[in-house]
Design a protein around this ligand. Structure first.
Ligand code: ZN
Length: 201
C-alpha cells in the first residue's frame, strides 16, 4: 500500500530527504498495525512533472517484518497513477474552472504550455466526476461555502484548505483520490497496492 510522505516542499528537498531512510520511517505498520518500526526496503521509481521539475523520482519503500507486506511513502505533492503533481493540476483547474481561462491559457498558467489539450480535458472530466465526493469529504476540514454547483464548491474548499494539505487528508485518511481512482485499479476507499502501476497522464 502507499501512504503519503508528510512534506509539502519543492521536489528538490524531497529528493534530498528521501535519501534518509529514518527521516519519515513509519513507527508502525499501516496494514497489520503492529507497533514496530518498518524496515527500509529500497525504492521504486516513477515519473513526476511539477512546476519546475520533470523527471524521475525515487519513492521509498518499507517492509513490515510481521506481515511481510511493503508500504511505500509517496511524496504528498504526487498523485498515485498520475504523472503530474497536485500543484500542476490545481493551477490548471483553477485557471480553467474558476477564472474561466481557455484550455491553452490554463495550460500556460500551470507551466504546461505545450501539453496536448486532451490532457486538460481529461483532468476536468475526472474532477467534475469527483467533485461531489470531494465536497462531502472535505466538509470534515472546512465548512462548505455557498456555490452554484459541486465543482465550484469543491474548488473553493480546495483553495481554502490548500490543495496539497487537502490531498494529504483525502489520501491518507479516507483514501479518496483527488481525480478519482481509475477503473482498472480499485474502487475508491479500498486499500490497494499501487507500486507496480506506472503513472499515466
Ligand atoms: Zn505489517
Amino acid at each position: 500500500m502507499q501512504i503519503v510522505h508528510p512534506l509539502s516542499a519543492p521536489v528538490q528537498r524531497y529528493l534530498e530527504e528521501v535519501a534518509d531512510v529514518d527521516r519519515y520511517r513509519p513507527d508502525h505498520c499501516p496494514q497489520c498495525q503492529v507497533k514496530h518500526p518498518l524496515t527500509g526496503h529500497g525504492f521504486y521509481h516513477r515519473t513526476l512533472v511539477d512546476i519546475a521539475f520533470n523527471g524521475i523520482i525515487r519513492v521509498r519503500r518499507y517492509l513490515c517484518r510481521s506481515c511481510k507486506r511493503t508500504t511505500s511513502l509517496l511524496p504528498d505533492l504526487a498523485l498515485p497513477w498520475l504523472r503530474f503533481s497536485v500543484s500542476v493540476i490545481a493551477l490548471f483547474l483553477v485557471a480553467r474552472l474558476l477564472t474561466g481561462l481557455t484550455l491553452l491559457a490554463s495550460a500556460r498558467a500551470a507551466a504546461q504550455a505545450t501539453m496536448p489539450y486532451q490532457r486538460g480535458q481529461f483532468w476536468i472530466r475526472r474532477f467534475r466526476a469527483q467533485a461531489p465526493t470531494l465536497s462531502l469529504t472535505l466538509a470534515a476540514l472546512i465548512a462548505p461555502p455557498t456555490a452554484a454547483d459541486f465543482v465550484l464548491r469543491a474548488l473553493h474548499m480546495l483553495e481554502s484548505t490548500g490543495w496539497i494539505a487537502a490531498h494529504r487528508f483525502l489520501f491518507s485518511q479516507l483514501r479518496v483520490h483527488l481525480l478519482g481512482w481509475p477503473a482498472y485499479l480499485a474502487p475508491h476507499g479500498r486499500r490497494t497496492t499501487l507500486a507496480a502501476v506506472s503513472p499515466m497522464s
